[in-house]
Design a protein around this ligand. Structure first.
Ligand SMILES: [Zn+2]
Length: 403
């Protein structure tokens, strides 16, 4: 038998490599897409798709699929992606744009803070939305002009929270609305002036694509929208709230469909809906169910397992959790010695308050020479033994899948 230590060294130098670069470069693209989404007030998945399109992929999903096969953006492609993102928000007047200032601000830095009565609050701006927070409550106001405010109260404060009082809520909404108005003004100030000020014919420039028209079409609701309506609503569809990226000067997608765009019906006479108040529970919750119980028990089995065979046994054990959350674990007799009590698993079951039944049955050892799995505690050593045994008395077959 060859020296296990020196052959171990060989394995390390030839077959062991980090794959962190993949993660980092794809992460860079994700960060860029996040900025793009923020600058253009569009959803993250839309930004990911826009960035993927820029790099020649039909969609972000296709890009990720390719990355899983080993594709990485080249330095040139990363530069192209950066230029694409920068082009979407840099002003050319040398002044720092609203969105650049917004990027530069740490996420946990409030744009405003103070007190209403004796209750402290902080206001944060995040991706164009406003979050106003106090102890156990928060108010969320979206970027669209008439978006309904959402008031969340943490469960432990459900009845005692100050936002339950109409006066307090009204005062808080005034503050949150002031900040939301600043954000909307800031974002539109980054756009060409003609995007928010129609000319004499009512034509406006698309803030992202730059084409000019007095009539526009919404990809989502097929609505026909005037330039003036879009300018007033910061380029969100006044009918369905779709974001600027889905507003087009030609309804190309309707060609040949026999459908005609119809003028948008303005949502609820342009008045904001009353705040929606929700009680939420964002405390960490440990849900004990089939999945979590088997995960914890399997983890305990791994702790009990000392040899490679026992670890295989822990991996292949059948863990059955019934409707009452009681558990039956079936272990393979060749992988797990019948005399061996899975102590950690028994202790975990006790802590979780579940009844545990243990069974041993002859399933099937996944590799030849089951005894080898019990002679060492080291997996590399076991694999070494397994390879050598097959080299001498068996066959080693590599199944390589071809695409
Ligand atoms: Zn629409």
């Amino acid at each position: 038998m060859r020296d296990l230590v020196s052959s171990g060294h060989l394995v390390r130098s030839h077959f062991w490599k980090w794959i962190m670069t993949t993660k980092n470069e794809i992460d860079t693209l994700k960060t860029l897409a996040k900025r793009y989404a923020r600058a253009n007030r569009i959803a993250q998945h839309e930004a990911l798709n826009a960035l993927a399109t820029e790099l020649g992929f039909p969609s972000w999903t296709k890009l990720v699929a390719k990355a899983k096969q080993g594709w990485l953006p080249s330095a040139d492609q990363l530069a192209q992606a950066k230029a694409f993102i920068r082009g979407s928000y840099s002003g050319d007047d040398g002044q720092e744009s609203f969105i650049e200032k917004s990027f530069a601000r740490p996420v946990d830095e409030p744009v405003r803070q103070g007190k209403i009565g004796e209750h402290a609050y902080q206001v944060y701006e995040h991706f164009g939305d406003i979050h106003m927070e106090g102890e156990g409550w928060r108010i969320l106001i979206g970027e669209a002009l008439f978006s309904q405010p959402v008031v969340e109260i943490e469960k432990p404060h459900a009845t005692t929270s100050p936002v339950r009082k109409p006066d307090f809520l009204a005062a808080a909404l005034v503050i949150a609305d002031e900040e939301a108005a600043k954000v909307r003004a800031g974002i539109s100030s980054d756009w060409p002036r003609r995007a928010t000020k129609p000319d004499a014919e009512g034509a406006v420039l698309h803030p992202l694509r730059g084409d000019r028209s007095s009539e526009w079409y919404c990809l989502h609701c097929d609505g026909k929208i005037t330039g003036t309506q879009l300018a007033e609503n910061l380029w969100h569809c006044p009918g369905c709230g779709a974001s600027p990226i889905d507003i087009f000067s030609e309804p190309g997608w309707l060609d040949g469909s026999g459908m005609k765009p119809k003028p948008v019906v303005l949502a609820q006479s342009q008045k904001r809906a009353e705040p929606c108040i929700k009680v939420v529970d964002s405390r960490p919750t440990l849900t004990l169910n089939e999945e979590s119980i088997s995960l914890l028990l399997r983890n305990a089995l791994f702790e009990d397992a000392k040899t490679p065979a026992e670890r295989l046994g822990a991996q292949l054990a059948e863990i059955y959790v019934d409707d009452e959350l009681d558990v039956c674990i079936t272990l393979d007799e060749e992988l797990w010695p019948e005399s061996k009590e899975p102590e950690a698993a028994i202790a975990v079951a006790k802590l979780l308050g579940v009844e545990l039944e243990l069974e041993v049955s002859g399933m099937s050892f996944p590799f030849a020479w089951p005894d080898l799995g019990h002679v060492t505690t080291s997996t590399p050593e076991y694999v070494q033994l397994l390879l050598e045994a097959h080299e001498e008395q068996g066959v080693i077959l590599r199944e390589i899948k071809e695409d």
